[in-house]
Design a protein around this ligand. Sequence first.
Ligand code: ARG
Length: 265
Amino acid sequence: MKKLICVLLALCLCVSLFAACGESESDALTVEAVKEKGTLLIATSPDFPPFEELTSEGTVEGIEIDILNLICDELGVELVIEQMDFDSVLPGVQAGKYDVGVSGISVTEKRMKNTLFTDAYCLAAQAIVVTADSPIASKADLDGKTVSVQTGTTAESFCMEEGYEVSSFAANADAQSALITGKVDAWVIDDLTAAEMVAAYNEENPGALVILSEAMTTEPYAFAFQLGNDDLVDEINTILNKLVADGTVKSIFDKFNAPYTSPIA
Ligand code: ARG
């Protein structure tokens, strides 16, 4: 009897071990799994015009939302948007809480260690924003100066590496306010978003903020997935590359009055 119980227990253990193995293998989000659930859940920080921003009705719009809607149309699924601060986007995607990170995310070698990226769909750069009366005229003048950035961004890591005194803010608007209220000497932010946010502020305060013409860094933007989701990323790359090649992505930039830099040389 005892022997039988032992054999049975051993069998149970084997079966559950097998089940556990199977589970971790099928954890990957495949095209089939996405189609089955009928939705693509994206994580976004909608404080980054023209890529994603809040409308007065509280919905999210922008270049990346248009691109993702086209991708969802191709997949035959519905786009579901979850809003959060930028520094929660990548950790949430890496943990499998969201299907895709959509936040003007720059591809970096460091991020590639724990994130799977699609191919890039555009190129961006970091820009320096100062007040009209600022003595700062170029990157060289930033030495020893205080700089505001958004938490968790490539602007933050770049400015820290350069040795500037960095003030980080969860929301982009607060990084901008820090400059306007004189708490920092400069604000470093991606170029197209700088252009939009400075134009919006200067509309009420003509000439108040200035974007320096010297662009720092070159950063490809792509969409972020949990490691292991290669099946889904391969399919989305096919759709995305077609949208880049046939000019659809460029026409979406045109719609938002943003200059487009193709990632394809
Ligand atoms: N491109 C930069 C990065 O990847 C900034 C992105 C900020 N995005 C946002 N939605 N606020 O770090």
